[in-house]
Ligand binder design. Structure first.
Ligand SMILES: Cc1cc2nc3c(=O)[nH]c(=O)nc-3n(C[C@H](O)[C@H](O)[C@H](O)COP(=O)(O)O)c2cc1C
Length: 143
């Protein structure tokens, strides 16, 4: 069975909720999915053994969170090129966190991105639940 890893960087829990919904979408499509905080990934080897990777960060002060920056350095070491990727994050008005995570996955890690990045003000508002689950389903179809 294909397996997905969803890693989030979140301060107040919105990006974590999106991560859990993406995992649900993957599971509804018959994939296994694990959700982890970026702070739980300590070394490049922790990223090995998955078919699809969704990385998500909230935006603070126009940037992704520090734990996501460190995760992306570990992902570079792990060499995820060609793997199915997705990026997401909660934001208030500008959303650089998810956008820069997406661009790093695409242009530096050379991952095969499943679609655009998923940026939501809240997992629970404006159709956020089906959009997040749908993102997981799309990733599962391309993993
Ligand atoms: C001090 C502070 C700075 C923020 N800076 C930004 C920002 O530059 N751009 C933006 O889109 N949202 C910004 N936000 C909004 C957060 O991204 C938003 O609250 C998001 O839902 C937090 O996600 P989290 O619950 O996963 O931490 C900021 C929020 C705070 C409290």
């Amino acid at each position: 069975m294909a397996k997905g890893l969803i890693v989030y960087a979140s301060r107040t829990g919105q990006t974590k909720k999106i991560a859990e919904l993406i995992a649900e979408g993957m599971r509804l499509s018959g994939m296994e999915a694990e959700v982890k905080s970026a702070t739980d990934i300590k070394k490049a080897e922790d990223l090995l053994g998955y078919d699809a990777y969704a990385f998500g960060s909230a935006t603070y002060h126009g940037e992704m969170m520090e734990s996501m920056k460190q995760l992306l350095f570990l992902a570079e070491k792990a060499d995820l090129s060609g793997k199915c990727g997705g990026a997401f994050g909660a934001f208030g008005w500008s959303g650089e966190g998810s956008e820069r995570t997406y661009n790093t996955m695409k242009h530096v890690l050379n991952m095969n991105m499943a679609g655009d990045c998923l940026r939501l003000k809240s997992a629970a508002l404006d159709g956020g639940i089906p959009m997040s689950q749908g993102y997981g389903k799309t990733m599962a179809s391309k993993a």
